[in-house]
Design a binder for this molecule. Structure first.
Ligand SMILES: [Zn+2]
Length: 247
């Protein structure tokens, strides 16, 4: 199955960036209120929710947060991804998303409570794919629009950003607010995600679960079209590749 997937992947090529969405009414300051993924503790800063979206610490006492974290640890453990030192936080938004934003930081959203266990696993596995494939680093500097986004966010938040903060903010702005994704990278992350799901015990259901999750995300994307968060794009193309691979 993997060989078929890779072949399909290559034949599609890279379509380039999705349209750059220059809407940045979001204030999420990097590296704040992000706790250790394993314990859910260890907030290293604090950000008051501003404007349209806020962020909170992962709460290990919450059954819903635990479901997300345990799924994350189960999947990463199944393929030997070291979770020690990784951190997480939750975005206060009802759009269900998982985002790797670099530097070992994963963001989840409140909306993940709407994802059943399979969809949650598929979302996390896909994002682990982005992590393992080093996609964030490749994306970060690709679009000059990202620079604009950073200054805008910094301005809204009235903070001064040092180099490190700016570097991280590039990741945040890029990942969270722009909604710009490379088809090639999405397909690679899907492929990697399917492999992770297979290794984690989903076996031959892994491809099907991934396809079903993409279909579910179509409805999510419609519902949140005007919101600050959107699911990763190219869902139709990605589904087609996965369908063909499953034949
Ligand atoms: Zn993705």
């Amino acid at each position: 199955m993997m060989t078929v997937l890779w072949r399909n992947l290559r034949s599609l090529g890279t379509r380039g960036w999705d349209a750059f969405v220059a809407v940045l009414a979001i204030v999420l300051i990097a590296a704040q209120c992000v706790g250790s993924l394993k314990s859910g503790m260890g907030c290293i800063g604090r950000v008051e929710p501003k404007r349209r979206m806020g962020i909170r610490q992962t709460n290990p006492q919450s059954a819903e947060d635990r479901r997300v974290i345990d799924t994350f640890l189960g999947l990463s453990g199944a393929v030997g991804i070291e979770a020690d030192g990784m951190r997480s936080a939750f975005i206060l938004d009802e759009c269900p998303i998982v985002r790797y934003v670099g530097d070992g930081v994963f963001l989840f959203s409140e909306g993940l409570k709407r994802a059943d266990d399979s969809a949650l696993a598929a979302l996390i596995a896909h994002e682990l794919g982005h992590l393992e494939l080093g996609h964030l680093e490749g994306r970060a500097m690709r679009d000059f629009g990202v620079e604009l986004g950073i200054s805008l966010v910094a301005d809204l938040a009235k903070v001064e950003m040092d180099d490190e903060g700016e570097k991280q903010a590039i990741g945040w702005v890029n990942e969270i607010t722009l909604g710009s994704f490379l088809l090639q990278q999405e397909l690679e992350a899907d492929l990697y995600g399917v492999a992770i799901l297979e290794a984690a015990g989903y076996e031959e259901r892994a491809g099907r679960i991934t396809i079903e999750t993409l279909t579910w995300l179509d409805g999510v994307a419609e519902e949140h079209a005007a919101g600050p968060l959107v699911p990763h794009g190219f869902r139709r193309e990605r589904r087609a590749v996965l369908e063909r691979a499953g034949d």
